[in-house]
Design a binder for this molecule. Structure first.
Ligand code: C5P
Length: 227
């Protein structure tokens, strides 16, 4: 019988959570720390939204949103991807099952590459990579997230009011978590990381610690199962 391999496989790390929770920064830092390829899946939904916006398509029409998934070329450096109108359209069109289905393969192929991966989004631990060794659900209070979003907008030279940003965060949370297709929620085996009282460095350090702990556990379990 062939010897059972005890080699550690590069892991898949799923990072989910609401807007402005710090999940993007954390996911990027984890990818760097563990030397894994990284995918920001929100950019796929943003690219569809940007296509639709440029065509003048109707975000309220699922068929038009699906058409915007075809030929999904996008430039990661395009500042429009991060603009407010595109954020709002992305949140709306991501509720359509057909749009989610059209973007599924691309994300699952990325998650299944042999070298492991870190993906950040809303449904990575629940739909895209339920087999991920580590699932983090990064969250923070809506008020803290509104302050972060406001600072981010100011850094980009855009001005907004706290109350409007907070209202937008509540609306987006509501849309993301009440939609029928892949709603935003932690997977049953996700570790919830609340970053409300943590600065960026502390949040990253905690995410690395939790990930290392979970990986050690997963490798111990694998070894036991392999005998
Ligand atoms: O993460 P980001 O804010 O860039 O995502 C843009 C929008 O795409 C979100 O509002 C969310 O509704 C949607 N999204 C999603 N599933 C993902 C990633 C993003 O529904 N995996």
């Amino acid at each position: 019988m062939a010897p059972k391999s005890k080699k550690k496989r590069p892991p898949v790390i799923a990072v989910d959570g609401p807007a402005a929770s710090g999940k993007g920064t954390i996911a990027r830092a984890l990818a760097k720390h563990f030397a894994l390829p990284f995918m920001d899946t929100g950019l796929l939904y943003r690219a569809v939204a940007l296509n639709l916006w440029r065509w003048g398509g109707d975000p309220g029409d699922e068929f038009e949103a699906l058409r915007a998934c075809g030929e999904l070329g996008f430039d990661l450096a395009d500042p429009e991807l991060r603009s407010e109108p595109v954020s709002v359209i992305a949140s709306r069109i991501s509720a359509y099952p057909s749009v989610r289905a059209a973007l599924l393969d691309r994300q699952q192929e990325f998650a299944r590459q042999p070298g492991g991966a870190v993906l950040d989004g809303r449904d990575i631990g629940t739909v895209i990579a339920p087999e991920a060794e580590v699932k983090l659900f990064v969250t923070a209070s809506p008020e803290v997230r509104a302050v972060r979003r406001l600072k981010e907008l100011e850094q980009r030279g855009m001005h907004a009011h706290y109350d409007d940003v907070l209202a937008d965060i509540h609306a987006r949370d509501d849309r993301d978590s009440t939609r029928e297709a892949a709603p935003l929620r932690p997977a049953a085996d996700a570790i919830v990381l609340d970053t409300s009282d943590l600065d960026v460095d502390a949040a990253i350090a905690e995410a690395v610690r939790l990930t290392e702990e979970r990986l050690a556990k997963s490798w111990r379990t694998n070894r036991t199962n392999l005998g």
